[in-house]
Write a protein that binds this ligand. Structure first.
Ligand code: ATP
Length: 268
């Protein structure tokens, strides 16, 4: 039942975390003959924020696609076009269940929700419509409650309810993208480069909101970023990706104090 095969007395289970929700074992992803993910082993603890940091092309988006299952859709499309072959090897366990080859829609129903890079909101739909579209998996009551929560965590969206997504600023679009993902009732929220292209002020504001969402709702979060600085303080555990491999891992503190991380990701 606990998914990690360990038995502990109910009283000793920490309220917020302490259990592995996602476990990635020996994951490899190839685009044709090029390797994008090279033998990654990784864990996300329930109720915690896990960071994945890496430069352009390190494999962050491929990892997010593989966890959410979108990679299987990309693979199918490519095969239909007679294009490149995508190969996924290894195992992804979610709450102890092997989801490696499960359809993305089934993973979404299990609570794995991806908020993709570059936001991908619907530009001609209003803020409110975008949020409602996100709630297609939710019950009416859940949708109502989550909608209220989204406007609490992102008050700036309240006066933009009727504005078309395409007319929102980058930061507002990112709030909307995260709000829309919340509407899908995630247990594991995957945020792929949510701070991309935003001002330092907006980066700091969003990082705080992401931390608040984790603390207030207990949703487990995996977040990828190229630049670690604004995100490192809000993660519990993080991994550094280089050329598709996880080369380093540690707590927020350990990564912040690591000289290699400092020089590569803080420019110090
Ligand atoms: P970015 O910050 O640029 O989004 P990333 O860390 O998310 O980078 P990925 O997009 O996962 O990295 O790319 C990892 C590697 O896989 C790169 O070498 C990239 O060129 C390659 N790649 C990604 N998508 C495809 C694809 N559809 N076909 C072929 N190669 C791909």
């Amino acid at each position: 039942r606990r998914g990690d095969g360990k038995t502990r007395s109910e009283g000793s289970i920490p309220r917020n975390g302490g259990r592995t929700m996602l476990e990635i074992k020996n994951l490899m992803v190839f685009y044709e003959n090029a390797i994008a993910i090279n033998n990654i082993n990784m864990k996300c603890e329930q109720g915690k924020v896990t960071g994945v940091f890496g430069a352009n092309s390190a494999g962050k988006s491929t990892l997010m696609y593989t966890i959410s299952g979108i990679i299987l859709d990309v693979k199918k499309k490519e095969e239909m076009k007679g294009g490149e072959r995508i190969t996924v090897l290894g195992t992804i366990l979610f709450d102890g269940t092997d989801i490696t080859h499960m359809k993305p829609s089934e993973r979404a129903k299990k609570g794995i929700v991806l908020c993709p890079e570059r936001r991908r909101i619907f530009p001609e739909s209003s803020t409110l419509e975008n949020l409602k579209i996100g709630g297609y998996l939710a019950t009416k009551a859940q949708a109502k409650k989550t909608l209220e929560y989204v406007f609490t965590i992102f008050p700036a969206l309240t006066k933009l309810k009727k504005r078309e997504g395409g007319f929102l600023s980058g930061g507002e679009q990112q709030m909307l993208a995260i709000g829309r993902a919340l509407m899908a009732q995630p247990k594991l929220l995957l945020l792929d480069e949510p701070l991309l292209g935003l001002s330092p002020l907006m980066e700091a504001m969003l990082a705080r909101s992401i931390r608040d969402i984790n603390q207030q709702t207990g949703i487990t979060i995996m977040i990828s970023e190229q630049y670690a600085r604004p995100i490192l303080p809000i993660i519990h555990h993080g991994y550094i990706l280089e050329n598709g491999g996880a080369v380093l891992e540690g707590s927020s503190q350990e990564l912040m104090e690591n000289p290699d991380v400092k020089s590569a990701y803080f420019g110090l």
